[in-house]
Design a protein around this ligand. Structure first.
Ligand code: ADP
Ligand code: MG
Length: 417
């Protein structure tokens, strides 16, 4: 009995591992969803091999194992190709144990169950959680019934085998239920995390928008003034200059709109070569109106040749959060310095320094934890998102600050050439 429980627990463990590896590491580090799918299939494949190698032994050659769970979950979440891949893997591995009744059993069960699983896969993907659970459990039940029937046809029904098969069925159904719910909850948590990043971004945008409208209105009014002047009959000498200035103003408005739009666009998850100086300039453009509104002047000093590998929109989001905090830390106005330079140890160093209220050691230590905010209408999500984003680019954030003395945020990101 003990060894049965032990075997059973081992099977369970072998099945959790792929789920956890996938959601803790792979979704974080692998950006393309195609690659993620491939890795997921491989993880489920490994889980199947382990399940088949360490079955639960009931004595008298009666063995059960839960390969159905990885097969089922892998196919339902992955789709057609993972389904075929996992089935082929089962057959090949079974082949390795020799061609006998058990082998035919395996093949027949797959022939009768895979098409059904695939048939329900489309419904599964587009269903809500409770329906997904029902579909998965139903399919596990069906698989076990098919297994039981084919087993009976090939070797004759006997009470002992029937007992083992029924234990298998109960195991499989219960474990499927458990794992589908587990996977779904992890997915929900994961989804929420992504959405929080997005909603925080939208919040920042909505805060910046009122200032943004102002930013656009200024060039428009200036241009309008020039156009009016041009309409006067006796001003031919400065005509060229006015037109030139108008064009510059309009270009500037256009640039601001562009920067804002790219910032607001939903993020696509890819990394690219980025010139940090250019990127910082965009961020400064976006925040400029906001900072002027707070009587804060921004000084920049960008070293030309700073390249990193990152996602531009996410980098923007992270920088804007930090810059916005810097501006907000100076209720009576002041200066913000932004610099970027390469370091000797192969990083790009972005420094954002303010003359604001500063932070105590304890406050610095709490930075980046969710909902930590000292502001009346703060969310305490900005820093958390920034830390998350910088970490996802394999960078780090350091903070130097003293109460009343201002704060310097230093972002270090690996330099590429
Ligand atoms: P929020 O800005 O909504 O309060 P954040 O996560 O952006 O949330 O910041 C968390 C807290 O960290 C702020 O409430 C503030 O107290 C502190 N903080 C962040 N940046 C600075 C800064 N440059 N100077 C002083 N305090 C800061
Ligand atoms: Mg903030």
């Amino acid at each position: 009995m003990m060894s049965i429980i032990k075997d059973f627990l081992l099977q369970l463990t072998l099945m959790v591992i792929p789920i956890f590896i996938y959601y803790t590491f792979i979704t974080e580090w692998v950006k393309s969803s195609k690659n993620r799918n491939v890795i997921m299939s491989i993880l489920w494949g490994i889980s199947i091999l382990f399940c088949m190698s360490f079955p639960v032994d009931f004595g008298q050659n009666a063995r059960i194992e839960l390969r159905i769970i990885p097969l089922l979950l892998g196919t339902l979440y992955g789709g057609v190709w993972p389904g075929f891949f996992l089935s082929a893997l089962i057959i090949l591995y079974r082949l390795y144990f020799g061609i006998n009744l058990g082998f035919y059993n395996t093949v027949f069960v797959l022939v009768f169950s895979l098409p059904v699983i695939l048939f329900f896969q489309k419904t599964f993907v587009s269903s809500k959680i409770d329906k997904r659970v029902k579909i998965a459990v139903g399919l596990a039940f069906y698989y076990c019934l098919i297994g039981l029937t084919i087993f009976g046809i090939l070797r004759g029904f006997s009470l002992d085998y029937l007992k083992v098969q029924i234990v298998h069925l109960i195991f499989a159904v219960v474990v499927t239920l458990f794992f589908t719910i587990l996977t779904e909850s992890i997915r929900v948590i994961h989804q929420l995390r992504l959405e929080m990043e997005n909603s925080e971004k939208l919040r920042v945008i909505s805060e910046l928008t009122s200032v943004f409208a102002h930013e656009i209105r200024n060039p428009m009014q200036v241009t309008r003034g020039f156009l009016q002047l041009l309409n006067e009959p006796d001003l031919p000498s400065k005509k060229k200059e006015y037109i030139q200035l108008s064009i510059e103003e309009l270009d500037r408005a256009n640039e601001i709109i562009n920067d804002f739009l790219t910032f607001g666009k939903p993020t696509v998850n890819h990394l690219e070569r980025i010139n940090v100086g250019n990127q910082l300039q965009r961020v400064v453009n976006i925040i400029q109106g906001y900072s002027l509104n707070h009587n804060v002047a921004i000084t920049t000093d960008f070293y030309e040749d700073c390249w990193i590998y990152a996602n531009p929109q996410k980098l923007n989001q992270s920088l804007i959060n930090i810059l916005k905090n810097a501006v907000e830390s100076m209720p009576n106005g002041g200066m913000v310095w932004i610099r970027c330079t390469p370091t000797d140890d192969g990083n790009i160093k972005i420094s954002i320094k303010d003359q604001g209220i500063g932070m105590t050691k304890e406050q610095i230590a709490r930075l980046g934890s969710p909902f930590y905010s000292l502001k009346e209408s703060g969310t305490g999500l900005g820093m958390m998102v920034s830390y998350q984003i910088v970490r996802s680019f394999k960078g780090k954030i350091q903070v130097n600050s003293a109460k009343g003395m201002g704060t310097e945020f230093i972002i270090l990101l690996p330099r590429i050439t």
